[in-house]
Design a protein around this ligand. Structure first.
Ligand SMILES: [Zn+2]
Length: 104
C-alpha cells in the first residue's frame, strides 16, 4: 500500500482513512499492490468529493482487466455505503467516494 509521488494527503476524511486499508487488503488478496493516485490533489469536477476529502483514486492499470470489476465488487461488499467506480479518464483508476453530509 502506497501513494503515488505528488499525491496530496492533506484533508483526507476519516471515512477514507478507514476505507483505505480495507481497499488495500482487497488489492493484495487479488495479488496486486494498492497505489493511491489522488486524494485532495489534481483536477476534479466542481462537486467532486476530492475537494472535501471524501474521495480517493486507486491505480488499476496494473490490474488485469478481468480482475478490475472483481476488485470493485469485493471492495463494495466490504464497504457498504461507499461508491466505487471504474474510470478510464484521465487514466485508468478506481474512484472511491464515501458520501457525507452533502449527499444525505
Ligand atoms: Zn476520483
Amino acid at each position: 500500500m502506497r501513494i503515488k509521488p505528488g499525491v496530496r494527503v492533506k484533508g483526507i476524511g476519516p471515512e477514507m482513512l478507514f476505507a483505505w486499508p480495507v481497499i488495500a487488503k482487497v488489492y493484495e488478496e487479488f495479488g496486486y499492490e494498492c497505489v493511491g493516485t489522488s486524494i485532495s490533489d489534481g483536477r476534479h469536477s466542481k462537486n467532486s468529493g476530492h475537494h472535501c476529502g471524501e474521495s480517493m483514486d486507486f491505480r488499476t492499470r496494473h490490474v488485469k482487466p478481468a480482475d478490475r470489476p472483481k476488485i470493485r465488487r469485493e471492495c463494495a461488499r466490504r464497504l457498504p455505503g461507499y461508491i466505487f467506480k471504474l474510470k478510464t479518464k484521465p487514466a485508468l483508476h478506481m474512484h472511491v467516494r464515501c458520501p457525507g453530509r452533502v449527499l444525505i
